[in-house]
Design a protein around this ligand. Structure first.
Ligand SMILES: [Zn+2]
Ligand SMILES: [Zn+2]
Length: 751
């Protein structure tokens, strides 16, 4: 076959909002190509004529820095289309005739060139807070429909001025077809408001906001995907008190030099901090006792400025660190709207730095730790993966906590940003809105709706209601099987019968037997995961109350005299203990749980590290912080076997911890030992199951795997046994992966 001199090129993948069309244009000029490029739904179609077609094809197949290309196909050009129809190369108006292949552009942190433009004296963009280009700026948070063009985003409220129009149309410009192009003359504006929402008519809102922050005021700042609440370090206690979150670690924003001063940053973490996503990266502090008022852990969440506004603010601030936390009540969605912010943040926030660009799709900051995504959100989401789960279009509505929603269609699965805890009407509404938006943006028509097995979750009820409305079939997926399905998805999609051993170390999820699971070992293929091991089922006196007060959990696990004495010494009354005893004896409101999270809670309570949980995960996070200063020792693990079911005794583990404590051993060392032995003992069971069954693949998921020691202990044990340790790094260990796992399970079931 000779080389081509013409063709219609169809490129699929992440090709919108990433400067793709301007790039194609520049390559066409370079290789003397005549023709056109056009956005179609979520693919790009190129008509190209020219003797250097092959070179052009090669160049466009590489794409831009931000693009990810799934496929490049070349077709013959329809005979009715002639080279002479084209006078050079043009970017055509978008069409909607193409298939929606699942790409929704994610928000991108401001690029270095735009930062330079902002500080360029006398330049068009000098001091302009919302400067962006083809390579950067908001995307998902402002998009109404695909294809991604200005008229289908909330930027349509800002008609371009002559200067911006000129750059938009100029092939020489970095803002050639930059849909978010805007300047001081035509773009969104900033406003400084007082605590009642009155416009202070500030002539320089950023200077004033910086001054107010430096003075110690709390300022809510409208960003890309929602409102942050910001203050300087010395106002940390004031802010935490106002938020009612006195114990919770807050994230900071700081420039790179400052981050490097206070935390250990590896090369990999440096790249993540500076990547197009600019997430919060959880880093180890250099001095664990520093910045305690921001974080009382050994870690601190850091992010770099990621919009023009942030950069300008930091250029004016005298302080080097800004605490930046999402503006929302715990468990509620991030606030995006100024009116709502003023109403909801009353009494907490002194000033508002607001802007008039509408946030259509809320998007919290993403969180990454040690390269693992903990919260899948801004920049990473909407997350799109290629996977063949069959012909049906599937919705996964997620679990109850840390929910995301996922949609599968025609070979790709798209997962929404972090939605949060669906325990109240506000977050349920957010879930419904998100599903509605995904449906529109992806052109999805659900055949199947997958949901958690728990009948009472609002996400489950939402799935049922949607099914009643649309006639879509529902599939209930057990929580921890969804974890394993998400982690093993790539393998299972290729061979649904492929067996694995799955380890889920997690908070809580409803199990087959009606008890609360959360430390499980499965064996089989994804559709037939049989439970063959678990952490001991222990008593949770008072149900949720035992989660809030982990000492109850401790007593439920270890109801002995030593524990009783420990609690009495801490100020428990005899009468309180007697009630607890009676409750345990009668078994009323005492669910059984095999949750790994609850074991860590109990250990944290035992060691006096955390006696009351004021935020999600607090006892376990504080246990980990203590453990990082200690040295683990190997304890003998107690495993009971019944048929092929193996159970790791966690009460024996706690007994060892209690004995060590009574022997006066160092608390940090005991904390380290609890984590190590829990992981080591459990991994040993998984390895044994895998070796016995001749299965090579061991899969790991669950929120507890965020814990460094627990995860690495398991990884080492599995790898040392010569088995494949499979972790899906594209999704969170925690429940952010569940909606995706639900889609995987349902897809395989229907396929
Ligand atoms: Zn830029
Ligand atoms: Zn302009």
């Amino acid at each position: 076959m000779g080389s081509r001199v013409s063709g219609r090129i169809v490129i699929k993948g992440i090709v919108q909002g990433v400067g793709f069309r301007p790039y194609v244009y520049s390559q066409a000029k370079l290789y003397g190509i005549r023709g056109s490029v056009k956005n179609l739904g979520s693919e790009v179609s190129i008509i190209a004529f020219g003797s250097r077609f092959e070179e052009f094809l090669k160049a466009v197949s590489v794409g831009t820095v931000l693009s990810k290309i799934d496929s490049v196909e070349v077709f013959d050009i329809d005979e009715s289309v002639k080279e002479n129809d084209y006078d050079g190369f043009v970017i055509e108006k978008s069409g909607r005739s193409g298939s929606l292949t699942g790409f929704i552009p994610a928000d991108v942190a401001i690029c270095d060139k735009c930062v330079k433009d902002i500080f360029d004296k006398g330049g068009r963009y000098e001091g302009y807070w919302a400067t962006s280009c083809v390579n950067c700026g908001p995307r998902y948070s402002i998009i109404r429909e695909v294809p991604y063009d200005r008229e289908r985003t909330t930027m349509d409220e800002f008609p371009m001025c002559e200067g911006c129009r000129g750059e938009y149309e100029s092939p020489q410009s970095r803002r050639h077809h930059a849909q978010t192009i805007a300047c001081n003359a035509c773009g969104p504006k900033l406003f400084l408001l007082d605590s009642d929402g009155n416009d202070l008519k500030s002539a320089s809102s950023i200077d004033d906001a910086a001054r107010l922050l430096d003075e110690g005021h709390i300022v809510a700042i409208k960003g890309i995907g929602g409102y942050h609440i910001a203050c300087i370090e010395s106002s940390a206690v004031k802010l935490k008190t106002a938020l009612g979150r006195t114990e919770q670690a807050l994230a900071i924003m700081a420039t790179e030099d400052t981050v490097a001063d206070i935390a250990v940053v590896s090369a990999g973490e440096h790249a993540i901090l500076n990547g197009p996503e600019h997430p919060i990266v959880v880093l180890y502090k250099k001095d664990r006792d520093s910045h305690r008022e921001i974080s009382n852990l050994d870690t601190i969440g850091c992010m770099l400025p990621y919009t023009g506004l942030h950069h300008l603010l930091f250029s004016k601030l005298k302080n080097r660190i800004l605490i930046m936390t999402s503006a929302n009540a715990p468990g509620n969605p991030m606030i995006t709207d100024t009116e709502k912010a003023v109403a909801k943040l009353k009494g907490c926030v002194d000033y508002y730095l607001a802007h008039d660009r509408t946030i259509l799709n809320r998007c919290d900051d993403s969180v990454v730790r040690e390269g693992y995504i903990i919260r899948l959100s801004r920049g990473y989401a909407p997350k799109r993966v290629n996977i063949n789960l069959g012909k049906d279009c599937i919705l996964g509505t997620g679990p109850e906590l840390y929910t995301t929603a996922s949609v599968y269609k025609n070979g790709f699965c798209c997962t929404s940003p972090h939605i949060g805890n669906i325990k109240n009407p506000q977050t349920l509404e957010y879930l419904e809105d998100t599903v509605g938006n995904l449906k529109t943006l992806l052109g999805a028509d659900f055949d199947v709706i997958a949901h958690d097995m728990h009948p009472q979750f609002l996400s489950t009820r939402f799935a049922r209601r949607l099914s009643d409305e649309t006639g879509a079939e529902t599939v209930a997926v057990q929580h921890h099987r969804a974890h394993i399905a998400a982690a093993f998805s790539k393998y299972a999609a290729e061979d649904a019968g492929r067996n694995c051993v799955g380890i889920a170390l997690d908070g809580v999820g409803l199990g087959d037997d009606g008890t609360v699971w959360g430390g499980e070992i499965f064996i089989g293929d994804i559709l037939n995961l049989r439970r063959v091991g678990h952490l001991e089922s222990v008593k949770m006196p008072g149900g949720d109350l035992a989660t809030v007060y982990p000492e109850r959990m401790l007593y439920g696990m270890l109801p002995c005299e030593d524990t009783a004495n420990l609690l009495l010494n801490r100020g428990w009354k005899d009468s309180e203990l007697a009630i607890l005893d009676k409750q345990i004896e009668r078994g009323f409101n005492v669910p059984l749980t095999s949750s790994a999270g609850r074991v860590l809670d109990a250990a944290s309570a035992l060691l006096g590290i955390c006696r009351e949980r004021t935020y999600d995960g607090e006892p376990a996070m504080k246990l980990e912080a203590a453990a990082s200063a200690g040295r683990a020792e190997k304890w003998e693990s107690v495993v009971t076997r019944d048929g092929d079911m193996s159970v790791l005794s966690t009460s024996a583990l706690l007994k060892n911890a209690l004995a060590a404590k009574n022997a006066g051993r160092n608390i940090n060392d005991i904390a380290a030992s609890v984590q190590f032995n829990l992981a080591d003992g459990f991994a040993e069971i998984a390895v044994e199951k895998a070796l016995d069954a001749g299965i090579k693949d061991v899969v790991l998921s669950g929120g507890v795997c965020i814990n460094h020691t627990i995860r690495e202990t398991i990884v080492r044990k599995v790898s040392d046994a010569g088995l494949n340790m499979i972790i899906n790094r594209e999704y969170p260990f925690g429940d952010g992966c569940i909606s995706y796992g639900q889609c995987v399970y349902a897809g395989l079931l229907r396929r």
